[in-house]
Design a protein around this ligand. Structure first.
Ligand SMILES: *[C@@H]1O[C@H](CO)[C@@H](O)[C@H](O)[C@H]1NC(C)=O
Ligand SMILES: *[C@@H]1O[C@H](CO)[C@@H](O)[C@H](O)[C@H]1NC(C)=O
Ligand SMILES: [Zn+2]
Length: 422
């Protein structure tokens, strides 16, 4: 009998799903309901995870607790593959877990600020631009119809959830796109970074420069519907399909110049497509931990996560603009970005904050690499439809995506050619 009741409740909820996505106000009540035990059966993997929620805040949680944090818009880095729980206890990052499960829910430890690698080096970024003519001529090559087509396809995967077959399929599609772009250049490499624990790989395209020092452009390829990530649709058009196609098009344009031999990086230029950002920056923290272990130098990492939504600004009577994230980012690299925006873009920026670990740039910073994050607008006007089946392409502004593409091309061009950074 109890089983029957449970089953009926489940059936009602399943029928209610489309309705819920249409009426956002219902969602918080619904989330509370599903956070009660019924739906936890969907999360197979119940191993403990070590997460970092702030500069001083570590915690041991389960997969369902991780999902609940994301549902409450609380961001974190999942460091389980980097630091064992035993080591975290030994280093005083967390208290020793007690036997009571209840106590574990409230376990927050750590007395001192710990990043995986400290301190962050300061580089002398250019204070004036050297290639305005070359860069502006590249803007002519930006093909927004092509960007629209790519995003239509990328957001048509049922979901790009990192633990799903669809998420693996979308990664393979993205890999093929990138591979086609670079196939004629034998010195340019493309690498699948396989991660321990899930199938969706991260992708790195590397255009070697005279130096091994890296200039990095990043976006995350995964999406997630936070109601039930392993069952429900997550087009992820803005988050972060938009950032993915922004950097994909930037790479395509830069490679035209590379082919014409008008552009060859001095610093090594890399384009990164991270897996599992929605799982707590899992892919990017793996990538940057490896770079750190290999003593790689990264002179600047720029993340773009959500580049297409302007309606939130327009609704408030505010002109479309970039959101330059000013917390947990590199002050010096942000200054360089301001120089780029002021000279290359038709829109301006507002400085804004998004909290600890709000996207993959945090993984770079944690590993001792200066990083910045440029988002579609002031954080308070950003897309509210993300993490649901409403994050669709029709809500996006491709003129705005074009500004992000211009910014990416200019950043990559100017910084990869910059010398005497230290
Ligand atoms: C990285 O640098 C450290 C300290 O200089 C050194 O001990 C280590 O062997 C280096 N690792 C690699 C992979 O080069
Ligand atoms: C952006 O500004 C440039 C000049 O800096 C101008 O040529 C171009 O038409 C502008 N584009 C848009 C979309 O306003
Ligand atoms: Zn995102």
């Amino acid at each position: 009998m109890r089983l029957l009741i449970l089953f009926s409740v489940f059936a009602v909820f399943v029928t209610a799903f489309p309705l819920l996505d249409l009426i956002p106000e219902f969602r918080s009540t619904f989330n509370q309901l599903i956070n009660s035990n019924i739906f936890q059966i969907n999360l197979q993997d119940n191993k403990d995870r070590l997460i970092k929620l702030g500069p001083n805040e570590f915690k041991i949680v389960s997969e369902i607790e991780k999902l609940n944090l994301k549902r409450q818009n609380k961001n974190f880095i999942d460091l389980t593959n980097q630091i064992s729980i035993e080591k975290a206890i030994e280093d005083g990052l967390i208290n020793k877990p007690t036997t009571s499960i209840w106590d574990r829910f409230f376990l927050i430890g750590a007395k001192q600020i710990k990043t995986l690698k400290n301190p962050i080096p300061v580089y002398n970024y250019p204070t004036e631009l050297s290639y305005t003519k070359e860069v502006k001529s590249l803007f002519e090559l930006i093909d927004i119809d092509l960007v629209f087509k790519k995003l239509t396809k990328f957001s048509s995967f049922f979901t790009r959830y990192y633990k799903s077959q669809h998420g693996f399929d979308s990664a393979n599609w993205l890999y093929d796109q990138l591979n086609k772009l670079i196939s004629e250049f034998k010195e340019i490499s493309i690498t699948k970074i396989h991660h321990d624990g899930w199938d969706q790989f991260s992708i790195i395209v590397s255009i070697p420069g005279e130096l091994k020092d890296k200039v990095i452009v990043g976006a995350h390829q995964d999406s997630a519907n936070l109601i039930l990530p392993n069952i429900m649709r997550a087009p992820g058009a803005d988050d972060d399909g938009s950032g993915t196609v922004t950097t994909l098009e930037s790479l395509r344009v830069l490679l035209q110049a590379y082919k014409d031999k008008t552009f060859k990086p001095y610093n090594t230029l890399e384009f990164h497509y991270y897996s599992a950002e929605e799982g707590g920056l899992l892919g990017s923290v793996d990538v940057f931990s490896r770079y750190s272990a290999q003593n790689e130098t990264v002179v600047g990492m720029l993340q773009q996560d959500m580049t297409g939504y302007t309606q939130g600004s327009i609704d408030k009577g505010i002109e479309p603009h970039f959101g330059l994230i000013s917390d947990y980012t590199s002050i010096e690299l942000n200054e360089f970005l301001k120089l780029i925006i002021n000279n290359y873009n038709n829109i301006s920026y507002l400085e804004t904050q998004c909290g600890y670990a709000c996207s993959d740039h945090a993984s770079a910073l944690e590993n001792g690499y200066p990083s910045s994050f440029l988002i579609e607008s002031d954080f308070k006007y950003t897309n509210k439809f993300i993490h649901s089946n409403l994050d669709t392409i029709d809500r996006l502004d491709f003129d705005h995506i074009k500004e992000h593409i211009k910014l990416t091309i200019a950043y990559a061009y100017e910084l990869s050619l910059a010398k005497k950074l230290y």
